[in-house]
Design a protein around this ligand. Sequence first.
Ligand code: SF4
Ligand code: SF4
Length: 154
Amino acid sequence: MGRISDAGGDIMIEVKEPKRIPLIGSLQGMYTVFKHLFKKPITVQYPEEKAYTPARFKFRIFLSMDDCVGCTLCEQVCPNLSIRMIVVERNNPHNKRNLYPQVNFGTCTVCRNCEEICPTEAIYLTHELETARTRNNFFYSPEELEKTESEVKK
Ligand code: SF4
Ligand code: SF4
């Protein structure tokens, strides 16, 4: 409710606060707390307990070095420059320049461009998500990308 009056050129606005019924807000809050007392908690004691991840969830990139032909397409389409081609001496007749992708998981935004562009399906995203490491970088060499997360030295 409001009232506007003109007193000698000055405009006065009187605003009336709506009437509030005491305790209603407190009771509503108590009801909300009470409702959740008997519900299963949604918090997860990670890492002892594993968080639910949907079946289609993808994160950790895997590379099959035998299938990689060193075309550099994955490096070119990566929007974050997370992929850098490096030389790894390896007896692979399909990859004469010995070029393989290394991935920086610190900047990868899981866009899947690299997976989609790869002509030989050598690089793809997997269901794994725990890429935390003790050393101060998130670069995965081609050899590390070939291993599962539990096999990689952190
Ligand atoms: S998923 Fe996207 S951001 Fe991550 S390495 Fe591949 S192209 Fe780059
Ligand atoms: S992983 Fe695929 S796209 Fe990337 S260099 Fe190898 S073959 Fe080319």
